[in-house]
Design a protein around this ligand. Structure first.
Ligand SMILES: [Zn+2]
Length: 349
């Protein structure tokens, strides 16, 4: 089954003060997400204007890094004394380690069960230093924690691995870390993706995600790469924001079925995207690994990985969490997804 991509092109027209009030016209696109129907407005004309705001004021960033390092609970001297420990029935050892990564419960969690994985000994890392090993170790620990929770807590059946890096991405602590959430229910997007995938398979008799991968591979407009069971694409209708990239597991695997090769492929793709972000002047990002239910295997849902760039550290405190995406749940992309993909292809080889 081939996925259909639908869009409506509209023209914007103004009398532009920059050109002596001559008529100025450009196009915007209303694109529907092929699975959920959610609208994303694609406005390539915004790109150059917005790119100014994704770049950090490096002086300000540097002073924030220095100031925050003085009392950081995640720095090596403090991580073993000032962070919480897991309950004994969860992990007897209290905290977990894997390479440089250290995991412990969140002091004030965002879910029934909520953990933090500190990724590096360094207090600050530019995005190019989020390398494959660092991300691999963090993801390994995150999955190990979800596995344990799902074994001992009957009600925990949904999990997420998420990254919020630097304050513009919603983090209050600079030190590189990720979070692990265990809940009795999916988050809203997870629920929408799972339910919409089920409906698609019920209607068409095939997997949406497999059909999407095959269609994108054939079109080769937004398809980036496939390696060790993880496929990377730029989404046709980005969920929100800037430079959004999606990873999709080629097989409908549960999160505990991911082997080291899959996890390494997720880490590898993410590190390539983050290197691209840094070269574009970005220093802040969000990412999420979105699995189906922890215990049941769904043949119609494939693990999704989503990565977006966020604004930089600046005196303006600019945020892209403005009314349209944040309050009104509409998507907006400041670049044509196909142009973003052609730039990113160089990084995926
Ligand atoms: Zn630190």
């Amino acid at each position: 089954m081939t996925i259909e991509f639908s869009k409506t092109i509209r023209k914007v027209a103004i009398l532009n003060p920059m050109t002596g009030f001559k008529r100025d016209e450009w196009e915007i696109e209303f694109r529907s997400d092929p699975l959920t129907g959610r609208n994303t407005t694609v406005i390539p004309k915004l790109r150059d204007y917005w790119l100014r705001f994704v770049k950090s004021d490096y002086e300000q960033l540097r002073s924030l890094v220095v100031e925050s390092s003085k009392k950081c609970p995640f720095c090596p001297d403090n991580a073993l004394t000032r962070t919480p420990k897991f309950l004994e029935e969860e992990f007897e050892e209290g905290r977990l380690t894997e390479g440089e990564a250290v995991a412990f419960p969140n002091l004030i969690g965002h879910a029934d069960r909520s953990a933090v994985v500190v990724l590096s000994r360094s207090h600050y890392l530019p995005l190019s230093k989020f390398d494959v090993n660092l991300l691999f170790n963090g993801l390994k620990l995150g999955i190990k924690i979800l596995k344990r929770w799902s074994e001992i807590y009957e009600h925990i059946d949904f999990g997420l691995l998420i990254f919020n890096y630097l304050p513009p991405a919603g983090s209050t602590i600079i030190h590189p870390h990720m979070q692990v959430l265990g809940r009795d229910r999916p988050v809203t997007l997870q629920k929408l993706l799972i339910e919409s995938s089920f409906e698609y398979t019920w209607r068409n008799g095939s997997s949406y995600w497999r059909d999407l991968i095959n269609t994108e591979r054939e079109l080769n407009e937004r398809y980036l790469n496939e390696k060790d069971g993880i496929v990377w694409i730029v989404p046709y209708a980005p969920t929100r924001g800037i430079m959004e990239v999606h990873g999709i597991a080629y097989e409908p695997l549960g999160i505990f079925e991911l082997d080291d090769k899959h996890i390494l492929a997720i880490a590898d793709g993410m590190s390539k995207i983050l290197l691209f972000y840094e070269n574009m002047g970005v220093s802040s990002f969000n990412a999420a690994i979105i699995p189906g239910p922890l215990r049941s295997k769904l043949d119609y849902y494939h693990i999704n990985i989503r990565v977006i760039a966020r604004p930089g550290i600046s005196r303006l405190s600019f945020t892209d969490s403005w009314c349209l995406p944040y309050l009104l749940w509409d998507g907006e992309a400041i670049e044509e997804p196909e142009s973003l993909a052609s730039e990113l292809k160089n990084y995926f080889g």
